[in-house]
Design a protein around this ligand. Structure first.
Ligand SMILES: O=C(O)c1ccccc1NCC(=O)[C@H](O)[C@H](O)COP(=O)(O)O
Length: 261
C-alpha cells in the first residue's frame, strides 16, 4: 500500500469516528458558519505575487520540519509579509496539524485560509466552514469525477472556494468542471514523493483559462516563480521553504520583497 492509500484509509476511519462523536448540528452552531468567506481565487487574480504560505509541522516526505512554532505567530507573520492566503494542514497523524490550528489562525488574521486536508466526505467541508476556512482542497488522485462534483458543489453552497489538485493529465481530464475555482498542479508525486516543477509547466496549457492556476510544492526560489508565471500560474503554494526557518513570516516577507524587485 502506498502512503497516499494509507492516509486515505486512516482518514476514512477518522471521519466516521468524528461523525459519531460530533454531530453536524453542533458544527453548524459555530459562529464561523455566519462568516462571509473571502475568495482566494479573486485575490490571486489581482495579486502580482500570489503566494499561498503553508503551516506544516511535519510531512511524510520530510518527517519533522518545524515543531517549535506557534500557529498564531506564523499566521500573523504571513499576513504581515503580504501573502495572498495561508494554507493550514489539519491532518494530525501524518502532518502534525489539527482543526484547532485552523481556528487559531482564523482568530489571528483576515487573509483567506485554505483547509489543507484529505477531503473524502461532506462532513469535512462542514468542519472546514465551522473552523474558519475560506477555501478547501480536493485531491483528484483520491476522488472520482462524481465525488469531485458532489464535494465541490457542496463546498460552493457553503460559500467556500475550491482548489482542485492534480498531478497528471489523466487526473486533470477527469476533473474539469464549473464548480472549481482554482486548478492546482502538485509538483510532488504523492505516491513516490518525487518533486519537479516541470510538472506544472507540462500541464499548464491543458488547464482551461477560466481557472486560476496554482503551482504547489517544491518551490524554493523566486526564479522558479518568475518562470512559472510565464506559463500562466497566478498562485504558488509554499510550505517547507518557509516553515523550515525560525521565522516563517520573516522568510515569506524577504521572499516577496525579492519577487517584487
Ligand atoms: O508534503 C508531503 O510530504 C506530502 C506527502 C503526501 C501527501 C501530501 C503531502 N504534502 C501536501 C502538500 O501538498 C504540500 O504540503 C504543499 O504543496 C507544500 O509543499 P512544500 O512547499 O514542498 O512543502
Amino acid at each position: 500500500m502506498n502512503i497516499l492509500d494509507k492516509i486515505i484509509a486512516d482518514k476514512r476511519r477518522e471521519v466516521e469516528l468524528k461523525k459519531s462523536l460530533i454531530p453536524v448540528s453542533q458544527l453548524e452552531k459555530s459562529v464561523l458558519f455566519e462568516r462571509t468567506s473571502i475568495s482566494l481565487a479573486e485575490l490571486l487574480r489581482k495579486s502580482d505575487t500570489g503566494i499561498i504560505a503553508e503551516h506544516k509541522r511535519r510531512s511524510p516526505s520530510k518527517s519533522v520540519i518545524n515543531q517549535d512554532l506557534n500557529v498564531q505567530d506564523v499566521a500573523k507573520g504571513y499576513e504581515e509579509a503580504g501573502v495572498s492566503g495561508m494554507s493550514v494542514l489539519t491532518d494530525g497523524k501524518y502532518f502534525g496539524g489539527s482543526l484547532e490550528d485552523l481556528l487559531y489562525a482564523r482568530a489571528s488574521v483576515e487573509i483567506p485560509l485554505l483547509r489543507k486536508e484529505f477531503i473524502i466526505d461532506e462532513y469535512q467541508l462542514l468542519e472546514a466552514k465551522a473552523y474558519g476556512a475560506d477555501v478547501i482542497l480536493l485531491i483528484a488522485a483520491v476522488l472520482d469525477r462524481k465525488q469531485i462534483k458532489t464535494l465541490s458543489e457542496f463546498a460552493k453552497n457553503l460559500g467556500l472556494d475550491v482548489l482542485l489538485e492534480v498531478h497528471n493529465e489523466e487526473e486533470l481530464e477527469k476533473s474539469i468542471m464549473s464548480s472549481l475555482d482554482m486548478l492546482g498542479v502538485n509538483n510532488r508525486n504523492l505516491k513516490t514523493f518525487e518533486v519537479s516543477t516541470d510538472t506544472s509547466k507540462e500541464l499548464s496549457e491543458k488547464i482551461p483559462s477560466d481557472f486560476v492556476k496554482v503551482s504547489e510544492s517544491g518551490i524554493s526560489s523566486v526564479e522558479v516563480i518568475k518562470d512559472l508565471k510565464n506559463y500562466g500560474f497566478e498562485g504558488f503554494l509554499i510550505g517547507e521553504n518557509f516553515m523550515k526557518t525560525e521565522d516563517p513570516g520573516a522568510s515569506a516577507k524577504e521572499f516577496i520583497k525579492k519577487l517584487k524587485a
